[in-house]
Design a protein around this ligand. Sequence first.
Ligand SMILES: *Cc1c(COP(=O)(O)O)cnc(C)c1O
Length: 227
Amino acid sequence: MGLIDRATLLANLERVEARVAAACARAGRTRDTVQIVAVTKRHPPELVRLAWEAGLRHVGENYAQELRDKHEALSDCAGLRWHAIGPVQPKNAKYVAKAAHVFHALERLEVAQELSRRRTGGVLPCFVEVNVEGEASKAGLTTESVRPFLESVRALPNLEVVGLMTMPPFTENPEMVRPAFRRLAALAKELGLSQLSMGTTGDFEVAIEEGATHVRIGTALFGERPE
Ligand SMILES: *Cc1c(COP(=O)(O)O)cnc(C)c1O
């Protein structure tokens, strides 16, 4: 699959920006309360460079080794901030600790411990991933286990939990996931956490209406991912 060209990316970005701005307006929020994390997983490093040239500064990667490699390949892109958005194995946490500016998928104490141990040069802001719907096959903590998990993580140096993240099942109709986003927002409020990482290509507008501070958008910006 060929790389998306610059003109297409700029047009996609403009459309996504307009939709984000409209969702903010509907929700009575200012545009600067929502961060777009451009999800570049499985795309080559050249695509990340193209995104950076287009003005995008926050990019999202799912796989720890891919994050490590791209972080290294693109070290000359000033101001680029790497968001690790997928769950990680304890043995790969070192790559996230080194390369990530933000981690969106904290769900295991073992990983938190490893990140804490390996992190140097500044606190790593983390989102705790929650499986709001309680689906068996999904990553994330159950809603009941978030509070005790937070208490354990708070004892660890070099990490700070700043919010909650969720990845609801894909549905054709984004209204179907609104209740999940609403539940995540309520839980974050209850726990005194101010940030919410929720919403992807299929449902980012609904997520913004329900309070998302970070939307993780891949396909709407870059087209289909390579296999
Ligand atoms: C792939 C992925 C995204 C982006 O999905 P799109 O539908 O391409 O926008 C967002 N969040 C996570 C955790 C992902 O794995």
